[in-house]
Design a protein around this ligand. Structure first.
Ligand code: GLA
Length: 391
């Protein structure tokens, strides 16, 4: 992947002018995200607390009249053209499927994109690293079509369409967290989302004393897809069993820690521990929101640590590389919390680090992690930024 963070906006605008010989009509961007706490809870109708990161996917576009989509990817240096009527899966250029998925979902829901468009897409969200570059791509493309074709769709509906594109067209059964954050996050705030009611609250994130530091393990997430499917199925199995004894239980959101303890012996291994993670993680999100509201960053860090332990031992979605990053981090004084973020099995960790400790934190990670794993990490110190917007 190419990357030049100095001025993504002008790079993308100039690329559009070079390729399509004219200025774009619409220029938008959408951010990637990091989840601060609340992992593997979204598809269980639970709570999550992510923030949008200061890395975005940009889309420059203009309308066509021939019913074709002509798209250039700046990151992959590939140009693709296809008719909006022929949306087949592209097995070689996987990034194209996210655009096709958005188109297919728009068409299915009766939103007209029939005349086609020219698009240049590119950005600096690390790809395949668990920071939701795909949600940022879907949201920026969906927002572009909304502007370009004057469809008047609200952002919360675009979030829904983007998730459908990923679930139904791309075939990844993700929850709602990533698209929601890329669409509706607010600058300097974390986004507290109830994935059952889809009500949300922007929680001020006071980063005067601490930084949010993301470490990319650069471990390929080979197992992630099948394990994600399996964890979802295990949670559903848990609900099915619990529902026999507690008829009101429709999802794990309806189960409290005490309920779970009461029914514990009915749940075979590993169903019980999987449910144990989800039910306790929901409570940690609520406690985390409270900690942020009262400015107790130490408490928030402690909850992050507990979340990692639960993901590692109960949900079993960590791996030696993520554990190595977390252990190195926790041995640096001034690190208040460290946990894996996203689906697991690779990708990134998120760390709450006191500002004056960030240099030593970086040094320790760069020194020790490659020796322990043979992999080269990347570190991003991130601000919380706003969701999808016109540039
Ligand atoms: C992936 C999915 C999200 C969420 C996380 C785990 O990032 O895309 O919807 O389920 O895993 O919290």
């Amino acid at each position: 992947m190419k990357e030049n963070r100095s001025d993504m906006k002008s790079i993308l605008r100039n690329t559009f002018c070079d390729i399509f010989e004219g200025q774009p009509c619409v220029f938008v961007s959408a951010p990637g995200r990091v989840n601060l706490i609340g992992e593997h809870t979204d598809y269980n109708d639970g709570f999550v607390l992510p923030m949008a990161i200061d890395r975005r996917i940009y889309v420059a576009s203009s309308p066509r009249t021939d019913g074709n989509m002509c798209i250039y990817s700046w990151n992959y240096e590939q140009k693709v053209e296809f008719s909006v009527k022929e949306l087949s899966i592209d097995t070689e250029r996987r990034w194209v499927n996210y655009v096709k998925g958005v188109l297919a979902t728009f068409t299915e829901e009766g939103f007209e994109t029939g005349l086609g468009a020219n698009l240049v897409i590119g950005g600096d969200v690390p790809l395949e690293s668990g920071l939701s570059s795909s949600a940022a791509l879907e949201m920026s493309v969906a927002f572009s079509f909304n502007q370009l074709f004057n469809l008047g769709i609200q952002v919360d509906k675009l979030v829904d369409l983007a998730q459908k594109a990923e679930n139904d067209f791309v075939g990844v059964p993700c929850g709602i967290m990533d698209q929601f954050t890329s669409g509706l996050a607010k600058k300097n705030h974390a986004l507290f989302l109830d994935c059952q009611s889809l009500q949300y609250e922007h929680i001020p994130l006071d980063l005067d004393r601490c930084n949010i530091v993301i470490c990319n393990s650069n471990k390929p997430r080979g197992l992630a897809n099948s394990a994600y499917h399996q964890r979802r199925a295990e949670c559903q199995e848990g609900v099915k069993i619990l529902n026999k004894y507690m008829p009101d239980v429709e999802t794990l959101r309806d189960v409290g820690i005490k309920d779970l303890m009461r029914q514990w012996e009915k749940l075979p291994h590993p169903i019980g521990v999987r449910c144990g993670h989800v039910v306790s993680e929901n409570q940690r999100v609520l406690n985390g929101v409270h900690a942020l509201k009262v400015g107790d960053m130490n408490k928030f860090g402690q909850l992050m640590n507990e979340s990692h332990e639960s993901l590692n031992h109960l949900y079993e979605v960590s791996c030696s590389e993520l554990d190595s990053l977390v252990t190195i981090a926790r041995n640096v004084s001034g690190v208040l919390g460290a946990r894996l973020t996203g689906a697991g099995f690779g990708g990134c960790t998120v760390n709450l680090v006191e500002k004056e400790s960030v240099p030593i934190f970086k040094q320790k990670i760069f020194d020790i992690y490659p020796k322990e794993t043979g992999l080269q990490p990347e570190i991003y110190v991130s601000q919380a930024v706003e969701g999808v917007k016109i540039e």
